[in-house]
Design a protein around this ligand. Sequence first.
Ligand code: IPM
Ligand code: MG
Length: 353
Amino acid sequence: MKIAVLAGDGIGPEIITQGVRVLTALKSDGLKIELESGLLGGCAVDSAADPFPEVTCKLVNEADAVLLGAVGGPQYDALPRSKRPEQGLLRIRKALNLFANLRPAILYPELANASTLKPEVVAGLDIMIVRELTGDIYFGEPRGIEQRDNQRVGYNTMIYSETEIRRIAHVAFQTARKRNRKLCSVDKMNVLECTQLWRDVVTETANEYPDVTLSHMLVDNAAMQLIRDPKQFDVMVTGNMFGDILSDEASMLTGSIGMLPSASLDQNNKGLFEPSHGSAPDIAGKNVANPLATILSVAMMLRYTFNQEEAALRIENSVKKVLSKNYRTRDIFGQGMTLVGTIEMGDAVLEAL
Ligand code: IPM
Ligand code: MG
């Protein structure tokens, strides 16, 4: 298992260190793991003037999977668009054809009080958002800002081919099949042609999955329903931009984005695995960031790319054990709990492992 490790910026290096400790522990238990580090995002801009340098491209192409921390920081905000850390993320997704982004939102019973929603609304929550990741308005052409009739206009193109929609629909139906067999497809077909096609193609694809119950929802309603009654959902599938927004919303149902891993997969389950949260520059270098989303991303890597279900469960059970022992980083801290830092949380997971 060749794994490229891209720590990135902000809290990235601290949380990745803990993820790598978990991988190293599994390696000493016999898993054949090889790790190699590279630069992506702001750190790559600093050292190579490019958020996704050629060497990193080569490294991730040769790897079987990528473990990523987070990218970005305020010091890069003023750079031209092509030099911003986020471009590194968008380019690596495109370069590896990582079209399927899986973002689970699971509420651990121990953290029921961390949510801003009433416990009865979120208790037992377990949603999987399947977000298309290499198309839509994120990559559509033409795009730009230009002068028209003596004023500036900005424009982007929302575009999906039926091939792109069909392949993400298959991933979503297959994901639902392994869960509670309920899939909700989210679009804006009452206004946008692009998403009318989305609805049509998802509906056609459903013929191949008679065992999965498909429903459709408009994105504005879906945003509302996620807050009103999130447990009505099992798997949700949507395009790149709606998925970006809805997955942040869903993550906060669970109380802390610091708990949520993610997987971005290509057609062959090669993938990039990263915490759902960002680089949190305000707390970088202070040993307070929650490393659990990264550690859970390692579990997703073992499950989805390497088919090591047992090792994945071992990691997930270790995280549960640590939570049940009341260890908490600052973001999930509550009364009567033991406050720990990034490293101490890593220690606790390793001990449980
Ligand atoms: C995400 C992020 C990225 C996105 C940004 C950083 C480019 O918000 O992974 O959700 O919009 O996809
Ligand atoms: Mg986002």
